[in-house]
Each structure stands twice: as C-alpha cells, then as structure tokens.
Design a protein around this ligand. Structure first.
Ligand code: NAP
Ligand code: FE
Length: 366
C-alpha cells in the first residue's frame, strides 16, 4: 500500500492572505486562470491579487476558461502565458479553471510542443501550480487530474500527466455566492468521488479512510442540502458557515480519495451526457450512482458506503438523490452510444473490480 499526497493544503478563513508567502514562493510572475465572472464576484481573485501585490509578485490574468474546458482554450491560455513570461500558474474557481491551470502549466513549460502531447505518455514537467477552489466538488485542488473536453471526440478525458498542485488554499467563504444548482451538483460530484473511490479495484485502507471521513461528513450535511433544494432559495440564505466549511472539506477529502484510485463507471458514463446534453458534471455523474450501487457485486461494501452516509438501503439513497438532483432523461440513441464507449474504455473499466457486461451497464440508466 502506498499513500502519496504531495499537495500542501491549507484551509480556513483568509488562508490566501495568511499563506501569501508560500504562494509567492512558487515563482516570480503568476498566470491567474479563472472563469469569466465568479472569481471576481466571490472575492477569491481580489484576495489573490492583493496577496501577490503585497509579496511583490507580478501577474497576468486569463479569465476565459469555460465550463468543461477545451483543449483549444488551454492552448490560447498557453500562448498568453508564454507571451507574458509567467513562471507559475494559479487556478481560481471550480474544477474547470483548476483543471485548465494544470494543463496550461504543462504546455507553458514545454513551449516547443503542440496540444497532441496532452494525451501522450511522456515524462514532461509542468510549471508549479497553486489551486484555490470556489466550488465544493471536484477536489481538483489536491488531485493530479485535469479533465479536458475533446471536441473531435465529442467527450471529455483526463490528460495523460499527473500534475499535483504544489499548494491548495481552501476558503469556504468563496462558496457562498454559488447558486443552488452549482452547490448541489458539485456536492454530488464530491459524493461520487467518495463512493467510486471506495468501490474501486485500487481501493485499500488509505483511500477508504478518506472516503469514510467524507461520507460521514456528508451524513452531517445531507438534510440541510435537501432542505435548501426544497426551499429553492440561494444557499447563502439557508446554510450556516459550518455547512459551507464542511462541504469544502468533503470535496478536498474526496479529492484525496480519488488521487489514490481514480474514478470509475459513473464518471466514465457521465462525460458523453455532459458533452451532448450540457448537463453539469456533478449532476451527470450523480444520475448513475444508484445503478452503480445496485449492480455492484460486493453488496457488503455497498452497505458500508450507505451506512457511512446514514442510509439504510440503496432505495432510500436513490429517493434522496432523485429529490436532490431531479431526473435527467437520456435518449436511447445517446445511451446506446454511451454504453458502447464505456465498454471500450479500459481506463475506467479496469477501476471496476468485477467483470462488467453490457446487460448490467444498461441497468445504470433509470
Ligand atoms: P465549473 O465548471 O468549474 O463551474 C461551474 C459554474 O459555476 C461556472 O459557471 C462558474 O462560473 C460557477 N462558479 C464557480 N464558483 C462559483 C462560486 N463560488 N459562486 C458562483 N458561481 C461559481 O464547475 P465544477 O463542477 O467545479 O467543475 C467541473 C469540471 O471539473 C469538469 O470539467 C469536470 O470534468 C472536472 N473535474 C475534475 C476533477 C479532478 O480531479 N481534477 C474531478 C471531477 C471533475 P465562472 O465560469 O464565472 O467561474
Ligand atoms: Fe468528478
């Protein structure tokens, strides 16, 4: 068994300001990688700018990362970063800017290479990366993964390199501007990470330790999340600071779990659904969790997962998730293509500890 978690993680109110020296130690000029609006609105971008200015570091901002970032956008940011002469990268936002930051750091460090290398297995270094999450879902602040949209293949895939962030600065205050859908969908993404890591070919006592902790924290907030959905109000009007903190913690711990195992079938199945239907990542993953639990061969492990979340049965969990997420109707045509794709996706199939056949997979859509 091995545990390897090289990211230096700080969490707490004001942690960007409090750890600005560690941030500044990563280089002389930073590329700040963000989405279009949210990092400005929730204060995270301003905190980073202030921290860098106080430490006498220069920076340039690339604020055009879209949801489910594409290879094309990464290459645009790469050109901008090279032109600006940056020597480290800070991803600020949800999983999209954080993942993009890792791929951009790789491409800037290898300016002679084209986008083709993203999906080749080579020994290439990346510039140092720091991550500042503003959603509580992907755990990208601690994982080595970077998932990009490949338009030519009409889906998404993680790049071939493991790029561990040097530093993660987690401040749950940034989460308070999240919409109801973003908050819930991203929480379900974190939940999927905890489950898919626990029920995984690569599972051992270490990653299960992270999963168990995350699942029991989820048990502490799950009713508040559901109430938030039932009331249909903005999360910040309903949830306490403690709940925001726990959600950020669940996401980071879930990231630590998948760092050791990667994800499995629900994630693999979600990518074409996101690409073709525009369903958010967390929601697209969440719709496959009940089928995954129901079909999983080692039901004693499923019971352990359910028990940690405080559910007595898969039916109870399914009822909860349906109410939390709402339903997604996947067409027969898309579903057939999705199942065919996953049956050819060795990277995801090998993380499922039993033999998977098409007939069982078809039961994942409800
Ligand atoms: P996201 O795509 O990063 O962001 C979704 C939306 O939420 C965007 O419109 C964004 O706005 C907004 N937003 C972000 N933070 C906000 C805040 N605090 N307040 C208000 N709005 C906010 O969503 P995500 O679910 O976090 O990331 C999904 C991506 O991560 C997918 O590409 C997925 O494949 C990937 N992922 C990566 C890993 C990993 O291990 N690396 C694991 C799972 C998923 P702006 O665009 O204006 O910022
Ligand atoms: Fe995910």
């Amino acid at each position: 068994m091995q545990i390897y978690m090289p990211t230096n993680v700080y969490s707490g109110s004001n942690c960007v300001r409090n750890h600005r020296q560690e941030l500044a130690a990563l280089g002389k000029k930073a590329l700040l990688v963000t989405g279009r609006h949210s990092s400005r609105a929730n204060g995270s971008l301003e905190d980073v700018e202030n921290a860098l200015q106080e430490e006498g570091r220069a920076y340039a901002i690339f604020n055009r990362i879209e949801e489910n970032p594409s290879i094309e956008t990464v290459m645009q940011a790469r050109d901008f970063g090279i032109q600006e002469g940056v020597d480290f990268v800070i991803g600020i936002g949800g999983g999209s800017p954080m993942d993009a930051a890792k791929a951009i750091a790789l491409m800037i460090a290898n300016p002679q290479e084209g986008a083709g290398i993203l999906y080749e297995k080579q020994e290439l270094d990346a510039l140092p990366v720091a991550e500042i999450p503003t959603t509580a879902g992907t755990g990208s602040e601690v994982t080595p993964y970077a998932i990009l949209t490949i338009h030519a293949r009409r889906t998404k895939q993680s790049i071939s390199y493991r790029i561990y962030p040097k530093l993660a600065l987690i401040d749950s205050r940034y989460l308070k501007t999240a919409s109801l859908d973003t908050l819930i969908d991203t929480a379900v993404d974190a939940l999927a990470h905890l489950i898919e890591s626990y029920l995984n070919t690569n599972a051992n006592a270490y990653n299960r330790m992270f999963s168990e902790k995350g699942l029991s924290l989820f048990a502490e907030v799950r009713e508040e999340l559901l109430q938030c959905r039932q009331m249909g109000r903005e999360p910040k009007l309903t949830l306490s600071d403690k709940v925001f903190e726990k959600l950020m913690q669940i996401a980071a711990v879930a990231g630590m779990a998948i760092t050791h195992t990667s994800t499995s079938l629900p994630h693999g199945l979600s990518y074409p659904v996101t690409y073709e239907m525009g369903v958010s990542h967390g929601k697209a993953v969440g719709i496959f969790l009940p089928g995954f639990l129901e079909c999983y061969q080692a039901q004693e492990d499923v019971q352990a997962v359910l028990g940690n979340m405080g559910f007595a049965s898969v039916e109870q969990f399914t009822e909860y998730l349906d109410e939390l997420l709402g339903k997604v109707e996947i067409s027969d045509e898309l579903w057939k293509k999705d199942v065919e794709l996953i049956m050819g996706n060795q990277a995801k199939l090998k993380n499922y500890p039993f033999v998977m056949d098409e007939e069982t997979l078809y039961r994942f859509r409800r």
